[in-house]
Write a protein that binds this ligand. Structure first.
Ligand code: B4P
Length: 190
């Protein structure tokens, strides 16, 4: 199985690139952000709990996202592999993912980490906020909080995967096609 963690700060292009990678490598796309937004639009209890945190740019509690991911993996027993987009975001989530995959007799193949500086992230997210209706994309202080959460809780995961020799850093500035080519090159060499 090919199991990829697509990593990077908010606005790095994880969702954008995931859509291209799932086509090329025939993978199942699991985006915790998308799954949580679906829960919100369906008005579930979980969605109601997550909404206030997400609108503020805070992370949703680990036990919520770990449980969600576990059931998504159960629901896709015949997948060729997965793209984990926006997951894991904390050390506890990374450990839980390793255990879940281990139970299925598989593991993470690589972490692809997109590098984009803060100024460009803010520009992209405010741009998306103009037509997405996403509350967390519309306000510069919420975006700053998301970047802060990323730097404090999520960025250290690069060490977690680097210690397993699984980290590849990829330049995330340029055209969407050029960035896709860079990712494909890393994946094809795995
Ligand atoms: P996500 O949905 O993961 O939101 P994101 O990080 O902002 O998305 P992404 O990084 O995929 O955006 P993209 O670059 O594609 O999470 C939202 C919230 O959910 C979190 O803040 C948190 O509250 C919660 N959450 C999610 N997962 C969680 C977890 N595991 N644990 C706890 N909480 C969790 O797109 C950005 C924009 O850039 C787009 O408009 C795109 O068109 C543009 N763009 C992309 N590539 C570009 C390029 N090369 N050049 C120019 N623009 C580009």
């Amino acid at each position: 199985m090919l199991n990829l963690v697509l990593f990077g700060p908010p606005g790095a292009g994880k969702g954008t690139q995931s859509n291209l990678l799932i086509e090329r490598y025939n993978l199942v796309h699991l985006s915790t952000g998308d799954i949580l937004r679906a829960e919100i639009s369906e008005g579930t209890k979980l969605g109601l709990e997550a909404k206030a945190l997400m609108d503020n740019g805070d992370l949703v509690p680990d036990q919520v996202v770990i449980g969600m991911m576990s059931s998504k993996l159960e629901n896709n027993p015949n997948a060729n592999g997965f793209i984990f987009d926006g997951y894991p975001r904390t050390a506890a989530q990374a450990k839980a993912l390793d255990s879940l995959l281990d139970e299925k007799g598989t593991s993470i193949s690589a972490m692809l980490s997109l590098k984009v500086e803060d100024e460009e992230l803010i520009r992209r997210l405010l741009g998306r906020g103009q037509d997405s209706g996403r509350v967390d994309d519309q306000n510069q202080s919420i975006i700053a909080n998301r970047i802060n959460e990323y730097n404090n809780k999520t960025a250290p995961l690069k060490d977690y995967y680097s210690n397993q020799n699984k980290l590849s850093e990829v330049e995330g500035i340029g055209s969407i096609e050029d960035i896709a080519d860079r990712l494909n090159e890393v994946i094809d060499a795995l």
